[in-house]
Design a protein around this ligand. Structure first.
Ligand SMILES: NC(=O)c1ccc[n+]([C@@H]2O[C@H](COP(=O)([O-])OP(=O)(O)OC[C@H]3O[C@@H](n4cnc5c(N)ncnc54)[C@H](OP(=O)(O)O)[C@@H]3O)[C@@H](O)[C@H]2O)c1
Length: 306
């Protein structure tokens, strides 16, 4: 396959590009900063990766690189775990919703058209709860900022179907790999100062980065896959259990809780991302026959930190 990716220089994208190349595919990385992306994917190590500089909201020459692609993966978005000022909230929305609109317009205008787009969304779509259980058919229980953002992001992606392409939306959980959320949790644990964040009772619906990449590749290649799929492992845990698993994997205690107010001071409104969660089950994903390499959090954590 030839696959185009937005957000390909990020935590998930870098791994996915590597996996696609390993599997013998060619990758077009649409990146806002060409030289920076070239550093991520040096030509010697990534001969099958082509960097195409682009301005996400402005259609231009970069559109031509979509020609002949067998699929597009849409991962672009400004980082969520930052302080949400009103201006930053606008950036969070624009970098997902407006960029997805522009990407869909570019796909619609391409001939021949890439037949499939796999687009990121997040489990924040469902809202947060300590008691409810969500699968792909669940409707959001609250429309907080993140839920509304995901709804609008998915609606923007949906337009690609009108253009004639197959659409797979992945509602991604907390991705465990080298970097991302786990990268931020590791240092205190390594220094014997790790512990549950907040009450510890909030749900932690996670997925191993390797499984997420496999799911993206399945979504690109399996014509039966269409619509929304939860990109989470089949066994979500609470934050306390996740931290215990991390402590065990590192052979370190998980006894020093990080109180809510510390996170709230650091992140403001964005603290909801770590202090509140949702129990998400990948019902439709499992129904496709997708097999997880890491269904349990203990094994996933061990594999990452060792
Ligand atoms: N990691 C998780 O646990 C997780 C969970 C749920 C959902 N997701 C979603 O999955 C996607 C990828 O996640 P990630 O962890 O790989 O994110 P990431 O490491 O922050 O990378 C996102 C990429 O998006 C592009 N980007 C950043 N700011 C942008 C802006 N203002 N406008 C347009 N593009 C921008 C950048 O690529 P260039 O600079 O090359 O253009 C960046 O490398 C994101 O949309 C994220 O919300 C992630």
């Amino acid at each position: 396959m030839k696959v185009a990716i937005t957000g390909g220089t990020g935590f998930i994208g870098r791994y996915l590009v590597q996996r696609l190349q390993q599997d013998g595919h060619t990758v077009v990385v649409l990146a806002r900063n060409g030289p920076k992306a070239q550093q991520c994917f040096p030509e010697v190590a990534f001969p099958q990766v082509e960097i195409v500089p682009y301005t996400p909201l402005v259609l231009g020459d970069w559109q031509q690189s979509l020609q002949g692609c067998d699929g597009v993966v849409n991962l672009a978005g400004a980082p969520i775990a930052e302080r949400w000022t009103p201006a930053y909230k606008r950036l969070l929305c624009e970098s997902r919703i407006a960029t997805t609109h522009a990407l869909v317009a570019a796909i619609a205008a391409t001939n021949p058209q890439p037949p499939v787009m796999v687009s990121a969304s997040a489990i924040g779509y469902y809202g947060t709860s300590e008691t409810a259980e969500f699968n792909e058919t669940s409707t959001p229980i609250a429309t907080d900022f993140l839920s509304q953002l995901c709804q609008d992001w998915e609606a923007a992606a949906k337009a690609v179907e009108t253009a004639g392409a197959r659409l797979v939306i992945t509602r991604i959980g907390i991705v465990l790999g080298n970097g991302g959320a786990l990268g931020r949790m590791l240092p205190p644990f390594r220094m014997f100062a790790g512990g549950p964040i907040g009450s510890g009772r909030q749900w932690f619906s996670w997925i191993a980065l390797e499984d997420l990449a496999s799911l993206f590749i399945k979504a690109l290649t399996d014509p039966q896959m269409q619509g929304v799929y939860n990109a989470t492992a089949p066994h979500p845990v609470t934050m306390a259990t996740a931290c215990e698993a991390l402590g065990q994997a590192l052979n370190r205690p998980s006894w020093l809780p990080v109180p809510d107010f510390v996170i709230e001071t650091l992140l403001g409104d964005a603290s909801v991302v770590v202090l509140k969660g949702q129990k998400v089950l990948p019902k439709r994903t499992q129904a496709t026959g997708f097999t997880y390499q890491y269904p349990q959090v203990t094994e996933a954590m061990k594999a990452i930190v060792t």
